[in-house]
Design a protein around this ligand. Structure first.
Ligand SMILES: [Cu+2]
Length: 161
């Protein structure tokens, strides 16, 4: 290789070095996902996260009714009405929840982890996505005996490898 060949190759190596990822994103706002809840939808209605990532879900109830977020698979029915999921995405994750106008639900036996908000309420849910949750999940609101869910208040929660 002549002299210009080496210069050319050096340039390529430099480019390759600069193109390397800088490691996982960190700092304020990393992994923060904002979801707005209204009658009867989640916006956005498709969420993508990565296994191993720390996620901060910021939920905002911008509607006129109480709304909730559950994430799971296989809708569970109680008395013929959708009431949550048989498989809870949050099982064993112990997400940290903080916020305002959080609705306290007494029904512990009823289908997994849930964050419920009064109108104008906000919540921040922090958790790390385990690698064993890779795949597609559903998020849903089952308020008013499942009416919100039946009205289409659901979305996709996708965990990528
Ligand atoms: Cu709802």
């Amino acid at each position: 290789m002549n002299r210009w060949g080496w210069v050319w190759m050096g340039g390529l190596l430099l480019l390759a070095a600069c193109g390397q990822p800088q490691g996982p994103a960190s700092g304020p706002g990393a992994g923060e996902i904002r979801i707005t809840l209204t009658e009867y939808k989640f916006q956005p209605d498709t969420i993508r996260v990565k296994a191993g990532q720390e996620v901060r879900l910021v939920l905002v109830n911008a509607g006129k009714k109480d709304h909730e977020l559950m994430i799971g698979r296989m809708v569970m029915e109680m008395e013929g009405k959708p009431a949550g999921y048989h498989e809870d995405f949050f099982a064993g994750l112990h997400p940290q929840v903080s916020g305002e106008k959080l609705k306290q639900e007494e029904e512990e036996e009823h289908a997994g982890f849930m964050v419920a908000l009064e109108p104008g309420g906000t919540a921040t849910v922090v958790f790390t996505v385990p690698t064993d949750r890779v795949g597609e999940w559903e998020m849903g609101c089952f308020e008013e005996d499942g009416v919100h869910y039946q009205e289409g208040m659901k979305g996709k929660f996708i965990v990528e490898r």
